[in-house]
Design a binder for this molecule. Structure first.
Ligand SMILES: [Zn+2]
Ligand SMILES: [Zn+2]
Length: 186
């Protein structure tokens, strides 16, 4: 499928957003306060968001929860239901743009949208096109036992099972290797 620069950015953003949720009680929320949200906004170059408040933080956390549901969705229909809700609640204004030297593409967030609505509209539409392209199953959760981080499998044969953020794949390879060796040596 064709993945434009904005789709790619939106996918990176939504994966990062979902993965700000703490894994367990010992890690802190990646969106713990308004400055943390500010860092997130700058890191992903989310434009036109204005001054951030506690209301923005609460709204973004809520949207984050819905996006987590998309990555946990068992099939396209379940994902579509969540995406439809998200995009409808955000309101969208499709607008052609060729900002910053990029080819023509469409932005979905409405002018003056809050950061939560901006994320819901643009990331929601990026995920919508994934479903349209029959690629919903690429939106995955890491299968390592103690991980479950979200990632997008962009491998050709859709074979990726682990995220790369904590080298889960390597960790499991090592575990499997040790198990085999233990068996071999009895
Ligand atoms: Zn753009
Ligand atoms: Zn993982």
């Amino acid at each position: 499928m064709l993945i434009t620069h904005d789709t790619r950015c939106a996918l990176d953003t939504v994966v990062d957003l979902v993965n700000t949720v703490p894994d367990d009680d010992t890690t802190t929320d990646g969106l713990v306060d308004v400055p943390a949200l500010g860092d997130f906004v700058r890191r992903h170059e989310i434009s036109d968001v204005g001054v951030l408040s506690d209301l923005d933080l609460a709204a973004v956390r809520k949207v984050r929860g819905r996006f987590a549901e998309v990555f946990a969705a068992p099939d396209a229909r379940a994902a579509a239901g969540v995406i439809n809700d998200l995009v409808a609640a955000a309101g969208t204004t499709p607008r052609l743009t060729d900002h910053d030297g990029y080819d023509w593409h469409v932005h979905y967030f409405a002018p003056g949208a809050s950061v939560a609505d901006h994320l819901a509209a643009d990331c929601g539409m990026a995920l919508a096109f994934f479903v349209v392209a029959g690629e919903q199953e690429r939106l995955r959760r890491c299968e390592a036992p103690d991980c479950r981080r979200a990632f997008v499998d962009l491998s050709r044969n859709r074979s990726r099972r682990y995220c790369d953020s904590r080298t889960c794949g390597n960790r499991l390879h090592v575990a499997a290797y040790r198990a085999r060796r233990k068996e071999a040596t009895g």
